[in-house]
Design a protein around this ligand. Structure first.
Ligand SMILES: Cc1cc2nc3c(=O)[nH]c(=O)nc-3n(C[C@H](O)[C@H](O)[C@H](O)COP(=O)(O)O)c2cc1C
Length: 278
């Protein structure tokens, strides 16, 4: 990098998002200003939002419902069920939400009922995201990044939905390292990162993989099905498995899910699932 550009980059970094990126085509330096905007009921998504904001040096905005979802888990489920039955979305608490001047919006949410939580649904409906690049990030009990991204793409056809990041709330301590890697991989911050290999081709599980699947998924509050095939890859963190698993849905039909499991390298690490993709 030329000396002049280095100084320019430093000024931009202080300005907000780590906002300089060289275009591969013409070596021009682009400026990008980032906003981290998120909803979090119980604090998991907030932890992840803070990592994004810290690493990007980005402005941050936390949204909430005018009538906050502050009941227990069961009360929240019940309130959502009623709102969904009535086709209602919650009003947002009054605050200025102005996306002018931001090129990239990091949009964070917990997964509720397979997609972004209702306050984010209200945000998406009421704020103009046209022309923005959006990086979704979420926390979840078992999964929902892919389905929530598809919902965002449908809800915001005039925005560009970029690859997103999701983490199980049970693995939230892994988020800081994963967020850093994610931001490097996608060019938002500079630095070396581990390039992950592809998973091997899927093959039928043997007793050994069934034991790993059961150790990772057996004590989850919902049954995650019976493993059928697996692929795997080695990373510096451990061995990652990509299982396909079969179960019955509420109508009694066979459904297949993809379930990712990691067996960490540490001596005390037990297998844990990282995401269920339905
Ligand atoms: C009403 C409600 C619905 C939920 N639905 C899902 C779901 O469909 N899939 C899932 O994996 N987790 C689900 N969860 C779990 C949350 O996504 C998870 O606890 C999340 O990390 C909470 O984030 P927060 O602490 O930022 O609020 C749900 C939680 C609530 C309260």
């Amino acid at each position: 990098m030329k000396k002049g550009l280095t100084l320019f980059a430093a000024i931009l970094t202080l300005f907000g998002c780590n906002s300089q990126k060289k275009s591969e085509a013409n070596e021009e330096t682009k400026t990008r200003k980032c906003l981290v905007i998120y909803y979090s009921q119980t604090g998991a998504t907030q932890q992840v939002a803070r990592e994004f904001a810290r690493l990007l040096e980005a402005d941050t905005l936390r949204i909430d419902a005018a009538q906050p979802y502050n009941g227990t888990y069961d009360e929240t489920i019940e309130r959502c069920r009623q709102e969904m039955a009535n086709n209602e979305l919650p009003e947002l608490a009054a605050q200025e939400i102005n996306l002018d001047g931001y090129d990239v919006v990091f949009l964070g949410y917990p997964i509720w009922f397979g997609t972004y939580a209702p306050p984010v649904a209200t945000l998406v409906k009421s704020i103009n995201f046209a022309g923005k690049k959006i990086v979704p990030f979420c926390t979840f009990g078992s999964g929902g990044l892919a389905s929530s991204m598809a919902d965002l793409e449908a809800a915001l056809p005039d925005a560009e939905i970029l690859p997103g990041y999701g983490v199980r709330n049970a693995r939230i301590t892994k988020a800081p390292a994963e967020v850093e890697r994610f931001l490097k991989e996608h060019g938002f911050i500079e630095g070396e990162y581990e390039k992950l290999p592809e998973f091997s081709a899927q093959e039928p599980v043997t007793d050994a993989e069934v034991a790993i699947f059961n150790a990772a998924c057996g004590d989850y509050k919902y049954p995650l099905g019976t493993p059928v095939t697996f692929g795997k890859r080695m990373t510096s963190a451990g061995t990652e498995y990509r299982f396909t698993a079969q179960s019955k849905n509420a109508d009694g039909n066979d459904v297949e899910a993809v379930i990712y499991v990691i067996v960490g390298n540490g001596p005390d690490e037990k297998p844990e699932f990282t995401e269920v993709v339905r």
